[in-house]
Design a protein around this ligand. Structure first.
Ligand code: ADP
Ligand code: MG
Length: 698
């Protein structure tokens, strides 16, 4: 007896008589075996139930007609090309069906046969025509012989390569699915099938390829989506479990004394949200299993203070701590913040960025290794450089929503791992955080520091620009400051720098002639950038014309105006980040996105939605629904294989169920060692083992 796997390896060509070109096409689709075919799901279905008399047809809508074959002809058109034409009549009306380069179709039709044809018809030369219609032979001996042709009104649509047709794929489905659908073994344990009302595997395969109706398709698809998400959730649970078992971190108890010492240093009373996050972090830090926590909070919610608290708690125990930011500007800003706070304390901290002289750099690295520095602030590049710490206890990574396996691995030594806190201001839709960050615990800052008002945002068209600049000049005269962000030009820093220069010229010789304006872009040296930022921070510059280098994290409380040119080039989440640069102090913030005449309506609507919505979480959901998880999911970076059938935007509900099921399974059987779970476990390891570094232990 062959095993199920051996049976599924049967070449399709052994089951269905195919011509060599089709065999080659199948190979190109990586579908040589019946197993491949079974799990290559249709991408859609067409409903052939819209049956009409020929004189009631409409162009370009999928419809079905019935008639009698009254003429069959086939014509060679040279160069190996051919055309088969079939004329059918229904009462007195005629419809012509044509097939190109499928000469064998000629043999399928006989005069006087009753047939049913489905396609999107076209009117040509006063007669309805269907090209390559899906055809069913009705009520004669041919229909009996042609048993491959399924007779449901619902026909699968497969992804094709050139040379392959839906006709061939459906023929294969008609042969392969009934014969082999029951061969694959059930992966999902019986209790899971029952608890979540899932269709068993064989039934699902039949329903997804050869459905009788759409309800069947939906149930079958739900089963496969559930399975895919369940396997991922199990992998994430396994990963989390293994992290706990395999790595040790120093336990850093935040005693009442330490808490008092830290809070005394902080310039503000903590918001309830900050307090809650700090308490959650405190519990994690007090354990010898490394913390893996994501802190998310809208722009301006005060994540830095939470990070500082955690860093100081770590340093209080004599362990080193590191704070990493995505840009040098932000790293420097964090260093400034800490400088102010740590003025009176004995904490030894240092900024490690690209601009340092090599002597300084060497010295810093030596001090880190010798344990003569407590706190290191730098860019994410620190992770790659394998800086040698003496006794690293905590790493805080700011503004990073992609936090890969490699990065976490980078700072481990043997089984010793620091605690990790990742902070993101790009609110992450729940479905994404449940998949991408499924192995992280999440703390959410859901309040804002007191007195914060939402930034008033406007979509400013050409006719309103004059008024807006007038308003802006008044604000500047009152002592406020402004950012002007010029179009994001992805291709080149040079072009971006030019657009900054151009905007600078225009503004200083026009709208902002009377004000102190400065520029900031990626082409400047780190020192130049830092100086420009500092002049702005000190208020010497009133307006900073910049690229999106200021997008993340920049915190200048006196800046209250954000003016964005060509906003259509930005995603909503990014606009929200930019807007988050203002309204951070006691002054209300204003944001203007400046649009041209040419901006199309849907874009204008998207921008208006941005202007009308102040919650980053809400905007993230809108952006997500519009554009999908995009690179947020970061699958390429993680090496995590993309989903085959699941879609995070559409399948949020199934994801919740699959996650619950995974937690339940994992709670009962953390190693998935129970024989009932063996197949699930094998699938998890096959799919995610490498990407998530899952060890093949329980
Ligand atoms: P983000 O979460 O975007 O990183 P920041 O940490 O930069 O936000 O904080 C935004 C602003 O709010 C900063 O100017 C910071 O000093 C201020 N802030 C943070 N926490 C508080 C608080 N508890 N009370 C008052 N102001 C606060
Ligand atoms: Mg921040």
């Amino acid at each position: 007896m062959p095993t199920p796997l051996e049976t599924l390896a049967t070449p399709i060509a052994d089951v269905v008589a195919l011509r060599p070109p089709q065999q080659q096409q199948l190979a190109r689709l990586a579908m040589r075996s019946v197993g491949h075919f079974l799990f290559n799901f249709p991408r859609d279905y067409e409903d052939l139930s819209d049956l009409r008399p020929i004189d009631e047809l409409e162009e370009d809508v999928l419809q079905t007609v019935r008639g009698t074959v009254v003429e069959v002809d086939s014509r060679s058109m040279g160069f190996g090309k051919s055309r088969v034409g079939v004329l059918i009549s229904d009462r007195d009306l005629l419809l012509r069906a044509t097939w190109f380069n499928q000469p064998f179709m000629r043999e399928k039709f006989k005069m006087g046969q009753r047939v049913q044809m489905s396609a999107k018809p076209k009117m040509r030369g006063g007669r309805w025509e269907m090209s390559h219609p899906h055809t069913v032979w009705l009520g004669d001996e041919f229909a009996e012989a042609d048993k491959q042709t399924p007779t449901s009104d619902l026909q699968p649509i497969y992804s094709l390569t050139e040379g392959m047709t839906q006709y061939h794929m459906r023929r294969i489905a008609g042969e392969v699915v009934p014969k082999f659908a029951d061969v694959p073994e059930e992966v999902l344990p019986e209790p899971v099938l029952a608890a979540y009302n899932l269709m068993p595997i064989g039934e699902s395969l039949r329903a997804i390829h050869l459905p009788m109706n759409m309800e069947e398709v939906t149930r079958a698809r739900r089963r496969f989506i559930f399975q895919e998400l369940l396997v991922l959730q199990l992998a994430l649970a396994a990963r989390r479990h293994q992290q706990r078992v395999n790595f040790r971190a120093p336990a850093l108890e935040v005693s009442a004394q330490i808490d008092a010492r830290i809070t005394r240093l902080l310039p503000f009373a903590l918001t309830p949200g900050q307090r809650r996050a700090i308490d959650e972090i405190g519990v994690d830090l007090n354990a010898t299993t490394p913390m893996n926590r994501l802190l998310q909070g809208d722009v301006g919610s005060g994540k830095t203070l939470v990070a500082v608290y955690a860093l100081l708690a770590c340093v209080a125990h004599g362990h080193q701590a590191a704070l990493m930011a995505p840009t040098e500007i932000l790293a420097r800003q964090h260093a400034h913040t800490l400088e102010r706070l740590l003025d009176e304390s004995r904490v030894r901290y240092r900024l490690l960025v690209g601009g340092l002289k090599s002597g300084e750099r060497e010295q810093t690295l030596r001090q880190i290794a010798a344990g003569e520095l407590d706190l290191l602030i730098g860019t994410h590049a620190l992770l790659q450089e394998r800086v040698q710490f003496k006794n690293l206890g905590l790493v805080v990574i700011d503004e990073q929503h992609k936090f890969g396996v490699e990065q976490r691995a980078a700072l481990r030594r043997g089984d010793q791992s620091p605690h990790y806190l990742v902070m993101t201001a790009t609110p992450i839709p729940r479905t994404v955080s449940m998949t991408q960050f499924g192995d992280l615990d999440v703390s959410t800052l859901n309040d804002m520091p007191p007195g914060r008002q939402p930034v008033k945002s406007y979509v400013v068209g050409p006719s309103e620009q004059e008024r807006w600049w007038h308003f802006a000049r008044n604000k500047l005269r009152e002592g406020r400051q402004a950012f002007v962000v010029t179009p994001l030009v992805e291709e080149s820093e040079n072009i971006a720098a030019k657009s900054v220069d151009r905007a600078f010229e225009e503004l200083t010789s026009g709208e902002l002639a009377d004000f102190r304006v400065d520029i900031l872009h990626g082409r400047m040296t780190p020192v130049e950038k830092d100086e420009a930022m500092e002049r702005f921070r000190r208020g010497e510059t009133q307006v900073l014309v910049a690229t999106t280098v200021i997008e993340v994290g920049v915190d200048v409380p006196n800046a209250s105006l954000m003016i964005i040119a060509s906003p259509e080039r930005f995603g909503i989440a990014q606009l929200h980040q930019l807007r988050g640069r203002v309204g951070r102090g006691m002054h209300p913030g204003y944001c203007a996105v400046m649009i041209d005449e040419e901006v199309p309506d849907p874009v204008r609507e998207r921008l208006q939605k941005f202007a009308d919505t102040s919650s980053g979480f809400e905007l993230a959901e809108i952006d997500f629904a519009l554009r999908g998880p995009g690179d947020l999911f970061g699958t390429q970076q993680h090496g995590v294989p993309p989903f085959v059938i699941a879609d995070l935007v559409r399948d949020a509900e199934i994801l919740e169920e699959a996650r619950a099921a995974a937690f339940e399974l994992f709670k009962q059987d953390p190693g998935l060692a129970n024989p009932e779970h063996a197949k699930l476990r094998a699938q998890m390891l096959r799919r995610y083992g490498a990407a998530l570094e899952l060890a093949d232990v329980g």
